[in-house]
Design a protein around this ligand. Structure first.
Ligand code: PBG
Length: 328
């Protein structure tokens, strides 16, 4: 009788053997934790759609960022929620804007963690769009060039406040080039750009828009975010952003786009981030609350899957809890 040389089933039963041949290792090093920061003191408003996440005033944010650092998480991503909004989203680039204040305080109080800022207008504009709106319609359109100038101002104001890296998420054409030029001109040549390059017009952003109060008042984001069925276009967007000077490119959301992550990994050799977005997080929380899923195993499976697809950076609201699981 001839035995096959490879007997996977028998070997897999051995935990040490599984460890030895494991192809993907999820690590705390891979994780980025997003935070929502708002004005005030001692503010900690639970976000109903993102259980375990809060809108935090800067003092409470500092505590959370310290906890993230203690767990060994390398970076946090900040989103600002201003008290007041206007047509031009001026709070986004104000010197004493909420994100700028948060960056300065983290700089002082929590050295040794990378601070990444979301560079966009949607949380700061009264209409909730990611740029200057040209006219209302069923799909609102954005004045690309007027928006570019503002995005660059936002990025520079974040760098001035001490952000280590900026992450433009508006999906405005030319944003990476414009921001790179703006940063370089102001002496921030060393501030890298993580570009939300392939950002789809996704239903999975729903809980975030509730968390950040950034749902568009009219129209939707289809004129600037990507159409769900397109894959090759994502590669074009990614290539374009790399040519404009992106240091890291991103695919967003993650789970319905693992094929895009895998293709991007093969096609480009710069670091690739994936955003495990709010809706993906909320589904896990809701199902596990119902007792329908084992939450810990599900979280690890999802994050490992994103890593296996080819992402080396995973932005996820699970970051703190995943880091705790990985520490055990
Ligand atoms: C836009 C932005 C969005 C997210 C990150 N940056 C929302 C949007 O495009 O509506 C979504 C993140 C998430 O759903 O977790 N500045």
């Amino acid at each position: 009788m001839r035995y096959p040389a490879y007997r996977p089933k028998r070997l897999r039963a051995n935990e040490n053997y599984r460890r030895l041949i494991r192809e993907t290792g999820l690590s705390i090093d891979d994780l980025v934790m997003p935070f929502f920061v708002r004005e005030g003191r001692s503010v900690k408003y639970p976000i109903a759609s993102l259980p375990g996440n809060f809108q935090l005033s800067v003092d409470n944010l500092i505590k959370e960022v310290k906890a993230a650092r203690k767990l060994g998480i390398p970076a946090v991503l900040l989103f600002g929620i201003p008290d007041s909004k206007d047509e031009l989203g001026s709070g986004a680039y104000a010197r004493d804007g909420i994100v700028q204040k948060a960056c300065r305080r983290i700089r002082d109080a929590v050295p040794g963690i990378l601070v990444i800022t979301d560079v966009c207008l949607c949380e700061f504009t009264s209409h909730g769009h990611c740029g200057i709106v040209r006219r209302a319609g069923s799909a609102a359109s954005i004045d690309n060039d007027a928006t570019l100038e503002l995005l660059s101002r936002i990025a520079v104001s974040h760098a001035e406040a001490g952000a280590d890296m900026v992450a433009p998420s508006a999906m405005v054409d030319g944003q990476v080039r414009e921001i790179r030029a703006g940063l370089d001109a102001r002496g921030f040549r060393d501030c890298p750009i993580m570009a939300y390059s392939a950002k789809y017009a996704s239903a999975f952003y729903g809980p975030f828009r509730q968390a950040a109060g950034s749902a568009p008042r009219f129209g939707d984001r289809r004129s600037y975010q990507m159409d769900v069925p397109n894959a090759r276009e994502a590669l074009r967007e990614i290539r374009l952003d790399i040519s404009e000077g992106a240091d890291i490119v991103m695919v967003k959301p993650a789970l319905a786009y693992l094929d895009i992550i895998a293709r991007a990994r093969r096609k480009c050799n710069i670091p690739l981030a994936a955003y495990n977005v709010s809706g993906e997080f909320a589904m896990v929380k809701a199902a596990s609350k119902m007792g329908w899923l084992d939450e810990e195993r599900t979280v690890m499976e999802i994050l490992t899957g994103i890593k296996r697809a080819g992402a080396n950076i995973i932005i996820t609201y699970h970051a703190l809890e995943a880091a705790r699981m990985l520490q055990r």
